[in-house]
Every structure is written in structure tokens, then in C-alpha cells.
Ligand binder design. Structure first.
Ligand SMILES: [Zn+2]
Length: 102
């Protein structure tokens, strides 16, 4: 969830309108898999150092619209939470990879 220092930004009008405009622009679909999107993600992650820099925070070039699964994949991949033999199901939950059936 949003970190305390990012709360003000995520509640700001400029972000909400930029976010909404971006969702319309990508037709509301996940840019990775084409499923209905869930979250406008910043490619360059927001930090306390760039949170006041509109070239990062409000720049469409830094946006990507993702569904929950792709967002979780990205987030968890970053922390290498997925070990061998595990995968994400359609809800973004980590599950054991089912053995291939014959
Ligand atoms: Zn997706």
C-alpha cells in the first residue's frame, strides 16, 4: 500500500487526473497481458527523493497500466519471493506449480 510520504501524492488531483487519462489512453487494459487493468504503476518507482518531481510522478512515459497479476508478478519478482516450483495463480496468489498431467 501507499507509503506515508506518498499518500499526499496519491490523493492529489494532478495524479488522479493523470492516472485516469492514462487508463483511458490504454483502453483500460493491462499493458503486459491485455486483461482488464488494475493499477497504474510507475516504471521508475516513486521514492521520497522523486515524489515531488512531476517528470517522474506525472510523466506518462513512466506509467504502465497493469492487472493485479502482472503487478504482483512485478512486485514479487523484485523481492525474488517466487521460488522454483511456485507460481502465481489468476488471483495473484503464490501457489505450487501443479504437476503436468499426462
Ligand atoms: Zn496483466
Amino acid at each position: 500500500m501507499a507509503k506515508p510520504w506518498a499518500k499526499k501524492f496519491y490523493n492529489s488531483k494532478p495524479w488522479k487526473s493523470a492516472r485516469q487519462a492514462y487508463i483511458v489512453k490504454v483502453h483500460g487494459l493491462c499493458e503486459r497481458c491485455g486483461a482488464p487493468g488494475y493499477i497504474v504503476d510507475h516504471k521508475i518507482e516513486l521514492t521520497i527523493y522523486n515524489i515531488n518531481d512531476p517528470n517522474i510522478t506525472l510523466n506518462e512515459d513512466n506509467f504502465q497500466y497493469l492487472c493485479l497479476k502482472c503487478h504482483n508478478n512485478k512486485t514479487f519478482a523484485k523481492y525474488s519471493a517466487v521460488q522454483e516450483g511456485l507460481e502465481f495463480d489468476e488471483n495473484g496468489e503464490i501457489v505450487k506449480i501443479a504437476p503436468l498431467s499426462n
